[in-house]
Design a protein around this ligand. Structure first.
Ligand SMILES: [Cu+2]
Length: 143
């Protein structure tokens, strides 16, 4: 915060064209850095593990090269409580299981937790809404 107000003060005091734009750019950079720092702290606070932890990486050409869930196949026992830790790589992804009314949205470079108890045995289709047609799908089996 002190950095931000200092650079704004610099912009106000200096009259020179070149220095003014330089200070403005620096000010914008500091504001962006501050904003990003704040958001990632919030992202971490959201994650609380209840039951079995299952990490799912939501991959894309922005980093690993393909639109896939890693892993993409899951098997749980009836009544099992699971906390998925969902992490998006370079793009926005969803963890959507229409038959269970699960629909978690995860922004690029962020993580979100989903705690769920699987009560009904069956086979459930998992899809990433924007990348389903590109092969970003999975299967959850409840035994
Ligand atoms: Cu996706």
């Amino acid at each position: 915060m002190p950095n931000r107000s200092r650079s704004i003060a610099l912009i106000l005091r200096r009259g020179g064209g070149f220095f003014e734009s330089w200070a403005l750019l620096l000010g914008i950079a500091i504001i962006l850095l501050t904003a990003c720092g704040g958001t990632s702290t919030q992202g971490t606070e959201e994650i609380r593990i209840v039951g079995k932890r299952v990490d799912v990486n939501m991959e894309d050409p922005g980093k690993s090269g393909e639109y896939i869930y890693d892993p993409a196949e899951f098997t749980f026992g009836r009544g099992q409580q699971v906390t998925f830790v969902l992490t998006s790589e370079g793009e926005f992804h969803t963890f959507t299981v229409p038959d269970l009314e699960i629909d978690v949205h995860v922004d690029a470079w962020k993580s979100k937790a989903l705690t769920y108890t699987f009560d009904e045995p069956g086979t459930y289709e998992l899809v990433c809404t924007p990348h389903e047609t590109l092969g970003m799908t999975g299967v959850i089996t409840v035994q």
